[in-house]
Design a protein around this ligand. Structure first.
Ligand code: MGD
Ligand code: MGD
Ligand code: SF4
Ligand code: MO
Length: 722
């Protein structure tokens, strides 16, 4: 028996875990790590089943190649040879844009995924780059790009010190938080109230987060932008602003907010005008306050305006970049390099002409690019840690499109709804065999904090680390062939990092010798060496070794104001009313006049689920973790619904079990996503298949500025199943 510690890699909360293993390396218990200064022993049911997940017998253990419809286990050499042949043929015959790449959510929870995302993208040299960002948080990036010139100037609510928290479209008690890394969210929310603060939740469902709040406000899905404009309008009209930053565009903001009086937006949002006015006054009057919004305020028709106005309210009330308000994390690793100021729409997608954002096209147009013939048609697909058939809007259509490709390769531990269409699947090893560092999630922590976890179990003969798999793919895409060693690429990347730092004016490494610096680095893999450089160049001058010596993590103190480090606008000021959003405000104004459809569909994250891929873990299955349609009892009576209902949208139709639920707003139904495993070879998931909610969502509708998918506020009709 031995006890080991590592960060949980599953969600954004980065909880420290304490695991015990037997001599054979089998996990015998998983508990929260009480010595982690940030998570302090917190654990959720998912983290607690990390052992079952890690040891899932359905995880792939060897590379798989599909020949004549049969899956065969092969060696790595043969697998990479097949990838080389498949990709090279498409590139030679149709050019690099004929290869599309997709990075799914777990890409950002593994070191191999994060550190090789850029190298792989660059070596593929295609414009067809897609990621889970455009089915998730792209509106937030774009809003910050326009406001602050920096797509990563994403502020988090200073939840441990704020006096007033307004949560719009997030349910952190079930999701454990997102773009706001705060282990044990429930305790932090309770503490807020215990110290006399106020918590308000705006959501079309009375969620478990709302249950902890002082006040819950129902909002009609997709109308938060109107509601926030009503708040902005009130703050400006009543002269309740206390702007503490150097801003541009206050008059333009006033003009844009003019039509959105509380009275004008009330009917659209379903929120009474006097409530909107009161929320504005409370936000202005609170000693400190923060507005926080996630998927409900991103993956909807006006996601970018919503996210923009979230920070506008934070700024107008004097609560941006100051303690107790919305603040920017000061990470241990150096800030990731990115172009500033942000410029979007540098090129456009071939079929629908949708603008590129942060170098990506919207996942909502992936199927168009695969299906539509012509110069630049996508014929090969590289999927890293993604399951777009279940997770992207119009998912079933993506499945059909993938089936018609010339070549497809996936890096994924499972044979699932997406990877079944691949020619080659390259499985990463077990979770406990991977070192862990949350390069991205640690940029949005509510305290400055860092933690690195070395691999707990060694790789066995015949296994390959995810980093090495990614490096090999990168080399193949770059034309170096299937036999080029991964280590050569690692050294090249580390060398580039160091050379850049020796040449950057003001860098701690300016003018130093690259070879000498390289000799000081430690780390057991390419990503670890890269991390060591990023830590050494970071804000605290830490090294990887410092992190190894502190296996429970290091508390780096409360958040401190740091907008000045990140602000990248041309004017050097915060752009309160970015001209790039004017057209979209017009689109929103038109929304004010649009009649509400009879029923609107929203999503629902389940506590013991994680997008599409934890449904095969026995201890998490069943109970509340099933795929049902939540319907308000009044709607059940009005529509005469029985045990099952037929839900129809512009895109598709599903028959689903009905679950009466008084906490959902009348006129709204909720279906969780990530289900639809019928016919799956995954034993447990196949038994609790559920249906694919994204058969109903519509890829032809996007949040215009970001191209983000619309999962919330989808017009549907609901009728009893025959
Ligand atoms: N209707 C609706 N749809 C939604 C949402 C919604 O709210 N409503 N939410 C959206 C959001 S926020 C997101 S982030 C997306 C997620 O969209 P995706 O990332 O496309 O989907 P996931 O279900 O997270 O799929 C993760 C894949 O990674 C694999 N995987 C797991 N661990 C590893 C690993 O360590 N390495 C590798 N290489 N692969 C691994 C899993 O087997 C699985 O195939 O879904 C979106 N879809
Ligand atoms: N248990 C669990 N945890 C997860 C995940 C999971 O699948 N399961 N996924 C992870 C991922 S990838 C992400 S991105 C995060 C997401 O983290 P969250 O955004 O906190 O999670 P959701 O449950 O999607 O919360 C969205 C909330 O918005 C509400 N909503 C829907 N439409 C609207 C609207 O138009 N306006 C408003 N105001 N509210 C609306 C929904 O009812 C829901 O309560 O969670 C992460 N954590
Ligand atoms: S909250 Fe997230 S990080 Fe923490 S134990 Fe649960 S799944 Fe893991
Ligand atoms: Mo997500």
């Amino acid at each position: 028996m031995r006890t080991v510690h590592r960060t949980c890699p599953l969600c954004d909360s980065v909880c420290g875990l304490r695991l015990t293993l037997d001599d054979a390396g089998k996990v015998t218990s998983v508990k929260g790590d009480p010595d982690d200064p940030f998570s302090k022993g917190f654990i959720c049911p998912k983290g607690a089943s990390l052992g079952s997940l890690d040891e899932d017998p359905d995880r792939l253990t060897a590379p798989m190649v599909r020949k004549d419809g049969e899956w065969l286990e092969v060696g790595w050499d043969e697998a990479f040879q097949a990838v080389h042949e498949g990709l090279t043929k498409v590139i030679e015959e149709h050019g690099r844009d004929a290869v599309a790449v997709y990075f799914g959510n777990p890409t950002f929870h593994t070191m191999g995924g994060i550190f090789y995302r850029m190298p792989l993208t660059q070596s593929l040299g295609t414009r067809n780059v897609y990621s889970a960002s455009t089915i998730d948080q792209m509106p937030k990036h774009i809003a910050c790009g326009y406001l602050f010139g920096d797509t990563f100037a994403i502020a988090v609510p200073d939840i441990d010190r704020t006096d007033y928290l307004l949560v719009l479209g997030a349910n952190p008690v079930d999701s454990n938080g997102s773009l706001c890394t705060a282990p044990n969210f429930p305790a932090r929310l309770k503490a807020l109230r215990e110290r006399g603060g106020k918590l308000v939740v705006v959501d079309p469902r009375r969620t478990r987060t709302a249950d902890l709040a002082d006040e819950h406000v129902f909002v009609r899905p997709g109308t938060d932008a109107c509601l926030l404009f009503g708040i902005v309008h009130t703050l400006l009209a009543e002269d309740r602003t206390s702007i503490a930053l150097d801003v541009n565009g206050l008059d333009d903001l006033r003009r844009l907010a003019e039509p959105f009086t509380p009275e004008a937006v009330a009917a659209v949002c379903g929120v009474p005008a006097d409530v909107i006015v009161r929320l504005a006054r409370e936000l202005a009057a609170a000693p400190t306050a923060a507005v926080y919004s996630r998927i409900g305020g991103c993956a909807q028709e006006f996601g970018t305006i919503t996210q923009w106005l979230v920070d506008v309210v934070n700024i107008l009330t004097g609560n941006f970049d100051s303690p107790g308000g919305a603040m920017l994390t000061k990470t241990a690793a150096m800030d990731l390099p990115r172009p500033r100021p942000y410029v979007g729409g540098q090129w456009h997608s071939r079929v629908r002409g949708l603008p590129e954002t942060m170098g990506e096209f919207p996942v909502a147009t992936l199927a168009d690019e695969i299906e539509t013939p012509g110069e630049g048609q996508v014929r090969a697909f590289v999927s890293i840690a993604g399951n777009p058939v279940l997770s992207a809007p119009g998912g079933p259509r993506i499945g059909k499109a993938l089936a018609g490709l010339d070549f497809m390769v996936c890096v994924d531990p499972y044979l699932n709804e997406t990877t079944q269409h691949a020619n080659v699947i390259l499985p990463p090893p077990r979770i406990l065999q991977m070192a862990h560092y949350d390069l991205l999630l640690l940029t949005v922590t509510v305290r400055n904090y860092t933690r690195f976890s070395p691999a707990i179990l060694p790789l066995q003969p015949g296994q390959m680390s995810e980093a090495e798999i990614m490096a090999k793919l990168t080399l193949i895409a770059a034309g170096a062939g299937p036999d080029a060693p991964a280590s050569a690429l690692d050294e090249q990347i580390v060398g580039m990092f160091l050379t850049g730092a020796t040449q950057a004016p003001g860098s701690p490494y300016e003018g130093q010798d690259v070879a000498e610096l390289r000799a000081t680095l430690t780390g057991d893999s390419g990503p670890e060496l890269m991390l060591d450089v990023m830590l050494r160049l970071g804000h605290y001058g830490l090294t990887l070794n410092d992190l190894v010596e502190n296996p429970h993590g290091i508390d780096l103190g409360p958040l401190v104001p740091r907008l000045a480090d990140l602000l990248g606008t041309e004017s050097g000021k915060v752009e309160l009313a970015p001209p790039q959003l004017y057209d979209d405000v017009e689109r929103l104004r038109a929304r004010l006049a649009r009649p509400a459809p009879d029923m609107l569909l929203i999503g629902r994250r389940q506590r013991r689920s994680l997008n599409s891929w934890l449904h095969n873990v026995g201890p998490l299955a069943g109970g509340s973790n099933t795929c049902t349609l939540h319907v308000n009892p009044d709607d059940i009576a009005r529509l005469g619904l029985g045990e099952e209902a037929v839900v129809r949208s512009a895109n598709g139709e599903l028959t689903v079990p009905v679950e009466a639920n008084g906490s959902i707003m009348p006129g709204v139904v909720s279906l969780p996503h990530g289900w639809g495993h019928a016919g799956s070879t995954q034993t447990v998931a196949g038994q609790h298949a559920g249906v694919n909610a994204n058969a109903l969502t519509d890829e032809s509708v996007v949040d215009v500025p970001s191209g983000n998918a619309v999962f919330n506020g989808v017009p549907v009709t609901v009728r009893p199943a025959a």
